[in-house]
Design a protein around this ligand. Structure first.
Ligand code: FE2
Length: 427
């Protein structure tokens, strides 16, 4: 007798009228018209059942701090970094944890069950690291959190000096932070940026860790750090374990140079993460008209064979005042900015916040096939494109076969002459 059986579900790949069986927190059966005895049955009523959303790029130490101690007037990345610098001395562990846990509540309600978050490791007290390690432990029963050691002020540029910053970053890794981060475009020169990439990739290779760098997050067409990141990835044998995040300068780069760069990135097995909501907001701020969109070249990266995922990056913090842990909103923006409007491209945008993002994190047993963890979300939509169009309601969210969140279907009652009594915007 199974623990749970879900009938009449549509899967993201288009298979319909599917039955899924769950036992001991894992999927054990998947097929059309299966008749399996189960303690509990759920009728999906032809709605889309997807593996959970995965956010490959977030800043949980800063989230929900909007307005503290003031708001970002210029709307730029650089003022955001300065503002975060003003806030840092006032942070307390309790406040970071309270905000992070609140954000995780939002995430689960939105079917977002795995998040890679960067955590600033420039403060020698490592308050934020301690706080987020504790949050990671507390949320483990319902959400997977992966931490990246992120030297926000620059590994080589930070006020305490390169040796001290490297020591603090290593200490954070020793405490249990999972991934090595970096910010080469914020170092003092291209050369120093390249040196930080080499140093950090070498450190990751020595420790057997993954790398995720904020890389070329600028409108500078001559920023070249992703080239160095791809080179170091190959030199150190880190293929498939390294992510370049943001990569916004690729938007402004010379087309010939990009035609050389894309195969290098694919060869190195780099993952690319675009953060559409944030970079459409932060980039191009020095332009008059036309204003650059400031998102990396998503369709071209995908066509070159690079795994591309979309990240939320920021929610109500020094860089971005909006957001709600809704990865469908993220993908919806990505779709528009990248003009990925064909049916196939829109499905790729759905993948960018589910399976592709799971590959960035290196999640194991992610998916709907037998043997995978029974983590999934039932959406009020009949396919991924409709889910994107409606930023669909997450009707039911399951983690390891347990119902962890549910939301009533969105429906509006109408009182119109000669018209139906309600609408749900589907069909
Ligand atoms: Fe970021």
């Amino acid at each position: 007798m199974l623990d749970l059986r879900i009938d009449n579900a549509v899967l993201p790949d288009g298979r319909s009228a599917m039955t899924l069986g769950v036992q001991d927190g894992r999927f054990v059966a998947l097929g059309a018209g299966l008749d399996l005895p189960a303690h509990q049955r759920v009728d999906a009523q032809g709605m889309l059942l997807s593996p959970p959303f995965v956010d490959p790029h977030f800043h949980m130490d800063a989230t929900l701090s909007y307005g503290l101690p003031r708001v970002n007037q210029s709307g730029t990345l650089l003022e955001g970094i300065a503002l975060w610098g003003e806030l840092k001395p006032e942070l307390t562990q309790d406040a970071i944890m309270e905000r992070a846990l609140r954000y995780c509540d939002w995430a689960v309600a939105k079917g977002l069950l795995a998040i890679r978050t960067h955590v600033d490791v420039c403060d020698p007290r490592l308050l934020a690291v301690e706080a987020l390690l504790e949050v990671k432990k507390r949320v483990a029963p319902y959400l997977e959190l992966q931490l990246v050691a992120f030297p926000q002020d620059g590994l080589l540029r930070g006020a305490r000096g390169p040796d001290q910053h490297l020591e603090t970053l290593k200490r954070a890794l020793g405490m249990g932070v999972d991934v090595v981060g970096g910010i080469p475009h914020f170092e003092r020169s291209m050369e120093e940026g390249a040196r930080s990439v080499r140093l950090l990739c070498t450190l990751a290779a020595e420790r057997g860790l993954r790398v995720d760098m904020h890389c070329d997050e600028s409108d500078d067409p001559l920023s070249r750090h992703v080239e160095t990141l791809a080179f170091e990835t190959q030199r150190l044998g880190l293929q498939g374990r390294v992510t370049g995040s943001h990569l916004t300068s690729m938007h402004s780069m010379d087309n010939y140079y990009v035609s050389k760069l894309l195969p290098l990135m694919a060869e190195a097995g780099l993952h690319a993460v675009a953060n559409p909501l944030i970079n459409i907001t932060l980039q191009g701020r020095h332009d008059t008209y036309p204003k650059r969109r400031g998102m990396t070249r998503v369709p071209e990266l995908l066509a070159a064979g690079v795994n591309v995922a979309f990240g939320q990056d920021c929610v109500r913090d020094p860089w971005y005042s909006l957001g709600s842990a809704d990865m469908l909103e993220v993908a919806h923006m990505g779709l528009h900015v990248a003009q990925m409007t064909s049916q196939a491209a829109m499905r790729q945008c759905f993948d960018a916040v589910t399976v592709n993002a799971a590959r960035v994190l290196g999640l194991q047993q992610y998916g709907l096939e037998p043997g995978c963890h029974a983590d999934f979300v039932l959406l009020q939509a009949r396919d991924p494109v409709e889910a994107l169009r409606l930023r669909a309601t997450r009707l039911r969210v399951y983690r390891r076969g347990r119902l962890v969140a549910q939301t009533p279907a969105a429906v509006s009652r109408l009182d119109l002459p000669g018209r139906p009594s309600s609408t749900d915007w589907m069909g």
